[in-house]
Design a binder for this molecule. Structure first.
Ligand code: GRF
Length: 189
């Protein structure tokens, strides 16, 4: 990944579908001086995403696309806004091969499991059901194969006897908020 030159931050879009706690956390991180990125656009596939509130709160441009035959429009918007990097954060749609190719090596995602274990949904349920000793989260590059791109950073979290999928999700999410900024720093430094 290109090194940071001067003080210019890399224009970044965050794609969300839900609560947006990672989005909020990335926005806060982007505002600190050492952050290599600025958040200039928030894209959601639904107007129901609670995280859209952070667009208003932090005065960041937002756009809602239903992601059915709209990728060309999204690409045009990204170009117009000079977006060079994309963070997926709780984004529930699968991007097409063509879209990913246009941003090759420039899209990253956070996934609530120790990839390659538990790709896809219901990761915490699976970890509890399988009596795993550890759960975790992973930040990885996005490729055409779901949750399979090169791993940037991973954090392991102990599962205790008292954990259920809800408590585990809370514990993992807390670590996600540390891991995502750390992964972004790792990429650009
Ligand atoms: C996170 O656990 C993320 O790893 C997963 O969806 C959840 C999104 O949470 N992909 P939030 O919307 O960032 O609060």
């Amino acid at each position: 990944m290109e090194k940071l030159t001067g003080l210019k931050k890399i224009k970044t879009a965050v794609f969300i579908s839900g609560t947006g706690s990672n989005l909020k956390n990335i926005i806060k991180f982007s505002k600190i001086k050492k952050s290599p990125i600025s958040i200039d656009l928030i894209v959601s596939n639904t107007n129901q995403a609670k995280g859209l509130i952070f667009a208003d709160q932090f005065k960041i441009k937002k756009k809602i696309f239903n992601f059915r035959n709209t990728e060309k429009k999204i690409l045009l918007l990204l170009k117009k806004e000079k977006i060079k990097f994309i963070c997926l954060a709780g984004f529930m749609k699968i991007l097409s091969k063509e879209f990913i190719k246009k941003f090759d090596g420039k899209i990253i995602n956070i996934h609530p499991s120790l990839l390659p274990k538990y790709k896809g949904l219901n990761t915490h349920n699976s970890a509890i059901k399988n009596k795993d000793k550890f759960a975790g989260c992973t930040v990885h590059y996005v490729t055409a194969t779901l949750d399979s791109g090169k791993i940037i950073l991973q954090k392991r979290i102990k599962i205790t006897a008292r954990d259920n999928s809800t408590s585990l999700a809370t514990k993992v999410l807390k670590q996600e908020h540390k891991l995502y900024p750390a992964a972004i720093m790792k990429i650009f430094n």
